[in-house]
Every structure is written in structure tokens, then in C-alpha cells.
Design a protein around this ligand. Sequence first.
Ligand code: DGL
Length: 282
Amino acid sequence: MNPSTQLSQEAGPIGIFDSGYGGLTILSRIRETLPEYDYIYLGDNARAPYGTRSFEIVYEFTLQAVRKLFEMGCQLIILACNTASAKALRSIQQKDLPFIDPRRRVLGVIRPTAECIGSITQSRHVGILGTDGTIKSQSYVLEIQKLFPDIRVSGEACPLWVSLVENNEYNSPGADYFVQLYIQRLLKKDPNIDTLILGCTHYPLLINKIRQYTPQNITVVAQGEYVAKSLQDYLRRHPEMDALCTKQGNCHFFTTESEEKFKESASIFLNQSVLVETISLG
Ligand code: DGL
């Protein structure tokens, strides 16, 4: 988007962005909770995964996606990606939004997830599984300890899980080894963990295997429902933004990869077939 591009001030769909397919797990829960709104889903599948990329690159790619969604008419965007929320959200909110359009909003998925944790853990020992970028950023540790200083947070990066999902291998027997490996490493760091956050929007696809290798006393928290409730609450508290979100129940899908590839995988995530268009970012 060149700086002179005029952005529409009219109401538009809510933008949902992820590096790939993972954000579809968030989109489904949001649409269940807020079915009357319109949505645009954008997956940067051609450049996924983001989890192993540097801060600068994740920020650059995420900002490109945000600008594209703004051009498409979105006034409100959810970064349905923990890596982008951890590495790019704050800079976009503080540095870029004031120049692009101070009325628009970009929200992430880490804060809503952190907020729910206090009422779930009994032992006050919480584990996070996420991408390398999310874990190294310490975003969950900082966010949870700001809200609940008595909670001990331990994290473990699961660098292969996103690739298992993006490549449709999450049900394959080969996935078991890596699912078990990262969970065991985390529990070794803190055996008192009673709550396990899936801090990556791709991981709900692995939930059956994750449950299989997680002791039964541990609650596994997938973020979709909390992000959806938090968005619902946000729109209630911000009627001015709610008025800028169109409501006809539509959802359009865009990918930076081939349409065929996206269609095939998205239908597995969403359990329905979708129409998708390829676009380029940057
Ligand atoms: N699904 C994303 C997340 O929540 C990104 C995974 C990736 O691209 O590495 O972190």
C-alpha cells in the first residue's frame, strides 16, 4: 500500500490473519460465537511457517498482511497467530496504526488466552507449547505474570508441529513421536503443571495426539473459544467499532499459495469446502 492510498472509512468485514491454516481454528470458533458478522480470512501459506523466522521478518510480513486487509475494507483485524501476536502486534499497534489510520484496530490472541488462565489452574503451574518465536519472545510468561504474579509459567518450543499440520501429516503415525517428545520435555521442566496452553493456532489439529500423551490431570487449553469470547466482549465494549463491522454472515478466503492447495487443506480444518482467491503480499 503506498502511503497516499486512501482507505475507506466505511464498515467492512473483520479480518482474520494467520501465517497459514492455523488461524482457521480461531475463525471457526469466532464464527460460532459471532455468526452474523462478515469475515475475510487471509493465510500467508506461501511464506509459512513464521515460527522460525526472525522478529524483523515476522513484523514485515504481518504488517504487509495488515495493510492488505485494510485495503480490502477491514476496520478490525485479529492476528490469529501467536507468532505474529508475539513479534509484531505491539509494533503495529504503537508504531504503524497511528500513521495508517488511528481509528482502525489490530488485536492478538495472547492476551485473551492469558486472561483465562487464572481461573483454570489450581496448582498455579502452567505450561505453554508454541513455536520457537512465541516461546523465545516470552510473551506468554510476561502477559500471564502481569495478570497473575503467583503463576509459574514454563514453555517449550515445538518446532515441527506446524509443519506436520501444514503438510497434512498431523494424523500420521510419524506425528506421535514429536508430539510426545515436546510434551515430555515440558513436563520435565515443571512436573507440577496442571494446565497446558496450546499457544499456536495450528495445534488444535493435533489435539487428539496431544491428549493421548498428556497426563489426564492436566487441562489442555485451546485458544479459539477464549479469543472468540474476548472479541465478543470487545465489540460490546466498543460500539463505535461494532458499527464499523458489516453483518451479513459472509466469509471470504484469501491465500498467498495456490487456490487448490488451500482449498484442500482448509476443507479439512473447517469441515466444509471453501472458495478461495490467491493474492500476493508485499
Ligand atoms: N499458527 C501460528 C501461531 O499461532 C503460526 C505458526 C507458524 O507459522 O510457525 O503461532
